[in-house]
Design a protein around this ligand. Sequence first.
Ligand SMILES: *[C@@H]1O[C@H](CO)[C@@H](O)[C@H](O)[C@H]1NC(C)=O
Ligand SMILES: *[C@@H]1O[C@H](CO)[C@@H](O)[C@H](O)[C@H]1NC(C)=O
Ligand SMILES: *[C@@H]1O[C@H](CO)[C@@H](O)[C@H](O)[C@H]1NC(C)=O
Length: 381
Amino acid sequence: MKDMQILHPPRHRPQLKKPKWIIILVSLVCMFLVLAYIHPPRDSTTCYIFSSSNCKTISSWLPPPSRQLTDEEIASRVVINNILNAPSIETKNPKIAFMFLSPGSLPFERLWDKFFQGHEGKFSIHIHASRVKPVHSSRYFQNREIRSDKVDWGKISMVDAEKRLLANALKDPDNQHFVLLSDSCVPLRGFDYVYNYLLYTNVSFIDSFEDPGPHGSGRYSNHMLPEVEKKFFRKGAQWFTMKRQHAIIVMADSLYYTKFRDYCRPGMDGRNCYADEHYLPTFFHMFDPNGVANWSVTHVDWSERKWHPKSYTQKDVSYQLIKNISSISESVHVTSDEKRKMTITPCMWNDVNRPCYLFARKFLPETLEKMIDLFPSYTTV
Ligand SMILES: *[C@@H]1O[C@H](CO)[C@@H](O)[C@H](O)[C@H]1NC(C)=O
Ligand SMILES: *[C@@H]1O[C@H](CO)[C@@H](O)[C@H](O)[C@H]1NC(C)=O
Ligand SMILES: *[C@@H]1O[C@H](CO)[C@@H](O)[C@H](O)[C@H]1NC(C)=O
């Protein structure tokens, strides 16, 4: 017993001292690192203490300091958050605004006429014809053109036309959901299906995904800093549907719009950036990621992997083709880098997996008669 008591103290001593030393040492190192972080070493000698091979400042492997927002950003966030948190106004007669972006006449007016027939009072039509005054073949489309301006493919004027359509459609307080369509779009469903699909959910169908490849984040420019960081940069198809709240937020935004107008354009830093594919996907990813579905309800076939998506000819169109497209219930995104990473996500509508698509493009004008013949059969099931 005695022997053990004598033996114990010398054993304990170093064990008690060790943690103290470690704590002091760790504290000193921490203090040093914090100081180095606040005042990053500028000269290469100090830099070499941290890393002998690839000399980087200490701050490059510590999380970035939280940034002080600019006055404009604070103001912008206040407006966005107030609109998002405001209860949506119920109207007695909710309508859907169908906004057509087209160079001139709409080749599918007679098909859309069938689509709208019998649903008067539940929709409004708005047409932005950027080149030629359209000739109409459906009474629903008469006198529905808004004042338009020139639209250049891939330029900010495309976003401007979208905003012009939204502004005009917002004038009607009954319009609760806004659909952007092109002249080559056709409906895949009957009106009631589309109406219920869009009105009885609380999201906007805005396509948005992260593509690290050259056609995604490769288009990002550091000039967008500090407001738009690369990690928030998203890509998505232009053809959106949007709930009223989101449409108002788009009207309210000038800060982020300006960033994309100035620094996401063809030929920016020797690369081509297209604002209509990045502004809204990035903007809503930053401010309301759960408020957007991340897929577009307008189907398009990119499987040929060409510059333009597949255009459906008269030969392609059949009952089976429409059935095939409208039964798809997963959205697919493929990155544009060598990995061509494919992400498949089930289309969730109010927590239920449902078919993804309500509309499809690009249909050539020659398919009109066939589509009109097929319309009653594919919309009654
Ligand atoms: C939308 O509604 C679902 C339930 O139907 C809810 O879980 C979700 O949080 C809502 N999203 C938003 C953005 O309000
Ligand atoms: C859309 O994607 C974002 C980011 O990946 C995610 O946070 C959000 O939950 C997604 N939205 C829905 C409705 O799943
Ligand atoms: C429809 O889908 C089936 C099964 O995937 C396929 O075999 C067929 O070729 C498709 N038909 C058309 C017209 O796209």
